[in-house]
Design a protein around this ligand. Structure first.
Ligand code: KMT
Ligand code: NI
Length: 179
């Protein structure tokens, strides 16, 4: 995992790193203040047990695996990528363990700037309900991820603006009270 401020350029290819100049890293503690959680679980023999432990601890009772690539998605590839990259929120956590490949999750900070979170195999990321975010593949054009969720999947993206959504409001409140 590597997190940093995005350069804000939305004209160049979204798959490029878009590092702010000078490079401006974001620590796991700063992500934590936004409610974003991160674990490193190496893809060794016991990775599944470790995932199971986190899942049990946080009541993630269901899971599936998504493969994002042209080969795996065929006709819906372009439209899915477009949907992933539209700024949105969910009414539940978005939990991803990267099984293979790599990609970028962008999340908004307190000043509404983009933080780019570069994930690779072995990274586990949890985005809180109500945070504005988006996802893109990087120039490797391939990611495979386990998606975990508490009960039934609640994938529905709610595109910005969703400022009066109750999950948005309680997210903002939780961020303020943890500062
Ligand atoms: C999402 O919700 O944006 C995704 O599931 C993207 C693919 S998982 C790395
Ligand atoms: Ni999402």
């Amino acid at each position: 995992m590597r997190a940093y401020h995005h350069d804000g350029d939305n004209t160049a290819d979204q798959r490029l790193p878009h590092e702010y100049t000078p490079f401006s890293p974001v620590t796991p503690e700063e992500l934590g203040r936004l409610g974003v959680l991160y674990w490193r679980i190496e893809k060794r023999d016991d990775w599944l047990e470790q995932i199971n432990a986190v899942a049990q601890e946080r009541s993630y009772r269901n899971r599936d695996v998504i493969k994002v690539s042209k080969e795996a998605m065929g006709d819906v590839y372009e439209s899915k990528l477009k949907t992933f990259y539209e700024e949105h929120l969910h009414e539940d956590e978005e939990i991803r363990y990267i099984l293979d490949g790599s990609g970028y999750f962008d999340v908004r900070d307190e000043q509404d700037r983009w933080i780019r979170i570069a994930l690779t195999t072995g990274d586990l990321l949890v985005l809180p309900a109500g945070i504005y975010h988006r996802f893109t593949l990087d120039s490797n054009n391939y990611i495979e991820a386990m998606r975990l969720f508490k009960d039934e999947p609640k994938w529905t993206p709610i595109n910005r603006p969703a400022d009066s959504n109750p999950f948005r409001l309680s997210y903002l409140q939780s961020v303020r009270t943890t500062v």
